[in-house]
Design a protein around this ligand. Structure first.
Ligand code: GLY
Length: 388
């Protein structure tokens, strides 16, 4: 081993979840380091940045809804603090969302979602097709109705990531631009990592926040390794030229032939269309089929998109967990914490994750709101799955 450097906290992974954890830990006076070859990269380079606690509500995910709403409530202060500290505009837009139906099946599905939202005490309003088009004149004439959710906003994840890199630098976080290759375990506790160049980074506590890669760090005992898998999402980006006038004023989404499609218009003229959901392991190829389906479905919602310049296509990997909820806080290995498995909600859950992990790192415990998301909930399964 070439050198040893020490910190109180070492965060493995410099995506938005790792960065917010490092920033909040450093703010609490912990000497903090991040190890990542490209801090600010990862799934945030691809994500559309919808803050969609209400429109992405799913059956059986009520506990997750509580955490999603807690994070959504923190967003205004979180964004203001980050902007004030770094000078970065985050593209945080309190624009609301309109979820629409294109045919009778979609309409029935959306009615069910509306009923679930109402039972859950959430704010959403049913609109006729005509009312939807009055709000968003570019919508297809065939739109049969929709849900107006004024509380589901958006942020630009690339700007958020860049601001978090700056915030970490300002807070004195040390950044090691390399891969973490292996967790070091000494005396039954996590004690740091060895990096690709053979450096040992020693730490009092290690946070594994490497997104979909979190289950792959060598040296992590099998019963502690997070059950996280990559779930591919392809996204396309278009440009909305100013001369065409306002194109969309809020996020518009729908389920078309069983697939989610959303259009997220940014203030800077970018229109993000996402996203496929593909269980294809580590594949991040942008495929003709993926792009075709996104554009076909988006075109059914908003026919005018075919006039817009296509500027970018990308694929990223969501960190999926067995119950679609994140794994937050201490593991059964002393000194090792997790901040991963955020699946479809990484951008939304960024503020609450930073606060929860900072609390866990300073007190050794999870705050009340995060207890259902302890990694220990999967431990019983991991132990039964061990070979005899
Ligand atoms: N939350 C949107 C997505 O994961 O596609």
């Amino acid at each position: 081993m070439s050198r040893t450097r020490s910190s109180d906290v070492l965060v493995v992974g410099g995506g938005i979840i790792g960065l917010v954890t490092a920033w909040r830990a450093a703010q609490r006076g912990l000497a903090t380091a991040v190890v990542d070859p490209e801090p600010g990269g990862g799934a945030a380079r691809v994500a559309a940045g919808m803050l969609a606690a209400v429109t992405e509500l799913h059956y059986g995910e009520h506990t997750l809804l509580g955490l999603n709403l807690a994070s959504a409530r923190r967003y205004p202060d979180f964004a203001a603090e980050l902007t004030e500290l770094t000078g970065h505009d985050l593209g945080y837009r309190r624009c609301g969302t309109l979820a629409v139906a294109l045919d009778a099946d979609d309409r029935a599905h959306l009615r069910e979602l509306h009923a679930l939202q109402e039972r859950s005490g959430l704010d959403s309003q049913w609109l006729s097709g005509r009312e939807c088009r009055r709000l968003e004149p570019m919508l297809a004439p065939g739109v049969r109705g929709g849900l107006r959710v004024d509380g589901d906003h958006q942020i630009d994840p690339r700007r958020l990531a860049a601001a978090l890199v700056t915030a970490c630098e300002r807070a004195g976080v040390a950044v090691h631009r390399t891969w973490a290759e292996r967790l070091v375990v000494a005396g039954d506790r996590a004690a740091g990592v060895v990096t690709a160049d053979g450096t040992e980074l020693a730490a009092g506590q290690v946070v594994l926040a490497a997104g979909s890669l979190s289950g792959r760090l060598a040296g992590v005992p099998a019963d502690v390794l997070p059950p996280v898998r990559p779930v591919k999402g392809q996204v396309v980006r278009l440009a909305m030229p100013e001369r065409l006038g306002p194109f969309l004023t809020r996020t518009v989404r729908a389920v078309v032939r069983g697939s989610q499609v959303y259009l997220v218009p940014r203030e800077n003229g970018e229109l993000v269309i996402g996203a496929t959901t593909e269980e294809l392991g580590w594949d991040t190829t942008v495929t003709a089929g993926g792009v075709y389906e996104l554009l076909r479905d988006a075109h059914e919602l908003v026919p005018g998109i075919t006039e817009l310049p296509l500027t970018e296509t990308r694929a990223g990997l969501r960190p999926g967990s067995p119950d679609n909820a994140p794994l937050l806080g201490p593991t059964a290995l002393e000194g090792l914490l997790l901040a991963t498995g955020h699946y479809r909600n990484g951008v939304l859950l960024t503020p609450v994750t930073g606060d929860v992990l900072a609390h866990a790192l300073t007190t050794g415990e999870l705050p009340e709101e995060a207890r259902p998301f302890s990694p220990l909930r999967f431990r019983a399964t991991a132990l039964t799955e061990q070979p005899a």
